[in-house]
Design a binder for this molecule. Structure first.
Ligand SMILES: [Zn+2]
Length: 402
């Protein structure tokens, strides 16, 4: 089937029927438990499906909905599962959103020093313990738990409230969560380093409310000034003006190539954030425009939904602190003012790009960059030696649980 070509499995190898059968059983078992599954590369953790960018609108993508990604294709249908796993011993991915799961991914610290907030913690498990203690709640470990080949753990929770993925800014150091837009590697799957295994089986517990609260989406960016009237322009001109700003930034994102996408999204979000701060564009409009523009990049070359979401929200929040107003003159496009704004956004986006993203320290650097001082924007986090930084960033961008 043409839609099942692997997206770069360099270790194409002969598959033994026994292993294939084994992985089929893993997939069927997960589906029987109500988890929506889809195939991941043999020995790997990337979906086997083609990316949206290379979609030929054939096979399952020929319908009215167009391209279908792993989240749309994940299924509990045993016939589809048999078809998928009849060819190779694919690993099994579980799409968290359709499966109504929120999975807490606890990572190993590998000897790194935890940030002050979690001083003394060695890994994600320690951090979760600290969080529970601070919340006055028991450690939420009485639930389905899977150990990962890298020494981490996945805690499965039932959750209906459509929480999206989060990275370490959600709960804490060395903890990611996977919900809507995220997937995890199912127990029974195999990596070169070892197997994902049940540490504790049974149905997942209900997501504790205190964790749900911590993961709830942040409120809209705060506007720290008295709003001016939205725009001193006549209705039509105002609409046209706003639309041209939104369309321009959407286009910037849509035309971005892999490698430049993070920068493009951040630049666009900062710029729209400036206008949100200036009360030219509503926060909802800005957010919706950015989210819709970024959709085409999600899942392509490791650009994850969580990365996109985080970048958009960082950009809007910090852009709004530098309000840009619109008036008759600017609506007539004062080129210099526009250019200045673009340069600021570009400089800030570059600084954040270099520094990694998402954490408070990065945003501090962003602020520094915006005031145009020459502090090093590429500094690494104090808790990680420089060599780890790249790795860390990569992991954050994957948006999947390891
Ligand atoms: Zn497609």
């Amino acid at each position: 089937m043409s839609d099942q070509h692997t997206t770069g499995d360099p270790t194409e190898r002969r598959t033994s029927p026994a292993t294939r059968h084994q992985m089929l059983e893993v997939a069927l078992g997960a589906a029987r438990a109500g988890y929506h599954v889809f195939p991941l590369q043999v020995d790997g953790k990337k979906p086997i499906f083609h990316a949206k960018r290379t979609c030929k609108r054939s096979g399952p993508c020929s319908g009215p909905e167009g391209h279908l990604g792993w989240e749309q294709r994940a299924t509990i249908d045993p016939d589809q599962i048999r078809r998928w796993w009849s060819t190779k011993p694919y690993n099994v991915g579980i799409a968290c959103g359709p499966s109504k799961l929120l999975v807490i991914d606890l990572d190993e610290g590998h000897g790194a020093t935890a940030p002050e907030e979690f001083e003394g913690a060695r890994n994600g498990r320690d951090v979760l313990q600290m969080l529970a203690r601070r919340a006055g709640e028991p450690l939420p470990d009485q639930t389905l738990t899977v150990s990962t080949p890298s020494g981490g753990g996945h805690l499965y929770f039932r959750n209906d409230s459509a929480l999206r993925n989060s990275s370490q800014t959600g709960l804490g150091w060395k903890i990611d969560t996977r919900g809507e837009g995220g997937y995890i590697v199912a127990p029974g799957s195999v990596r070169p380093e070892g197997r994902y295994q049940f540490e504790r089986s049974g149905p997942p517990a209900e997501l504790p409310a205190w964790i749900g609260d911590m993961l709830a989406p942040p409120p809209e960016p705060e506007i720290a000034h008295v709003p001016r009237p939205r725009l001193e322009l006549s209705g039509n001109r105002q609409e046209r003006y706003v639309r041209s700003i939104l369309e321009g930034e959407a286009q910037r994102i849509e035309e971005a190539q892999p490698g430049g996408r993070h920068h493009a999204v951040l630049t666009a979000a900062l710029k729209l954030g400036n206008y949100v701060g200036g009360n030219v564009i509503s926060a909802e409009e800005a957010h919706a425009t950015l989210r819709s523009a970024v959709q085409m990049h999600i899942g392509v070359d490791d650009f994850s939904e969580s990365e996109a979401e985080q970048t958009i929200s960082d950009g809007l929040t910090y852009g709004a602190r530098r309000p840009r107003y619109a008036n008759r003159d600017r609506a007539g496009r004062t080129a210099a003012a526009d250019q200045e704004g673009d340069q600021l956004a570009h400089r800030a986006a570059t600084a954040v790009n270099r520094a990694g993203r998402g954490l408070a320290g990065d945003l501090e650097r962003l602020r520094t960059a915006r005031t145009d001082r020459h502090e090093p924007a590429s500094g690494h986090r104090p808790d990680e030696p420089p060599g780890r930084e790249r790795h860390h960033e990569q992991r954050q961008r994957h948006g999947i649980a390891h």
